[in-house]
Design a protein around this ligand. Sequence first.
Ligand code: 9MR
Length: 387
Amino acid sequence: MLAKRRHVLAGLAALPVGACAPGLRTDGPAVSIGNAKPGLDAMAQQGGRRFGSAVAWNTAGTGMSVSNPDYARILSAECGIIVAENEMKWQALRPSAETYDFTAADAIARWANANAMELRGHTLLWHRPQWFPDWLNAYDFGANRMREAERVLTSHIRTVASRYASQISSWDVVNEAIDHETRAPIKTSLSRAMGSAEAVIDLAFHTAREVLPDAQLVYNDYMSWEPAHSGHCDDVLRLLEGMKARGVPCDALGIQSHIEMFALDAATGVGPYDEAGWRRFLDEVTGMGYRLLITEFDVKDQALPGDQGTRDAKVAEFTRRYFELMFDYADHLDDVLAWGMVDAYNWLQYFDPAARTDGLEVRGTPYDSSYAAKPMRETLAATFSDN
Ligand code: 9MR
């Protein structure tokens, strides 16, 4: 664990001094970066971790976020690391079984480099047929099914991981492998051909380790602190225990952190959360030696009234409570990433039509759609400067 920590800190040392200071880019119109300076990444770095965000290059719902100078300026000011929201997934990279298309992923990697930001990798395998390319769901693995499935999986991981090896030091190797409802590992064309989901997961991690001996390899999932997630937390614990027992080279758990207010708790005025259960979960995960990351933070504000002031205050309060608890595990916690910095470019606006029934935008990221910092941004700043 100490070695891993040193690795992350060494990565930080490589960043040019002041890389993320507000004002790095001077070409966009003035935006409010909140009152507190410096930017969130510079504050997070004081505690030995990086802060950053997902960016969309060409997402159907939001278009090209970094080509918007207002958005790019916020990323430059606040983030030391970015992750491609969609562009490194199989669906984006693999138009067919024989071909790769790195156009968008390379463009994001170049943009990160040009703006002195690091990159996270997401994801070498999203273990759900829904997010496999169609050709992979329908793939004919032939007479030696297992060997061909292994070849398809390992050649993808070797090709993608080695392409970005100099820029990406932390990868979501496997994303979401257990079904929330059935509580069982998700079946895919690959797991059917290879005999089990575990066989696929193990091979994915071993292959990533072979290509990236020093990178942080992460299992990423959406288990969360709301009571409705407790079963999924148990299932993820079993998966992590299994990987430990089998000697699978997984270093960390990525906690997506799309935290949810689908109802309000009368006592707290924010969404219900199971503090004791969530601490038990984090204790078990860290007790097994896994490090933690917050990989996709944002807030679902469905149960809050439309009024902007009230809504932003409650979103910030829910954020404060969540980060306060997570930072009780600060010794185990590495990168913190938001799933978008600006509401207009956040998946919650287009992904789930029921995200708000009043037709208003979800206000779940640090900046609103006119690029003004919201109370959530100040909550994150306060968290990082206290830790
Ligand atoms: O935000 C992403 C959205 O634009 C895509 O349509 C969707 C499917 O590829 O994936 C979303 O990102 C997901 C991430 O990759 C994994 N964790 C859950 C995220 C939100 O659904």
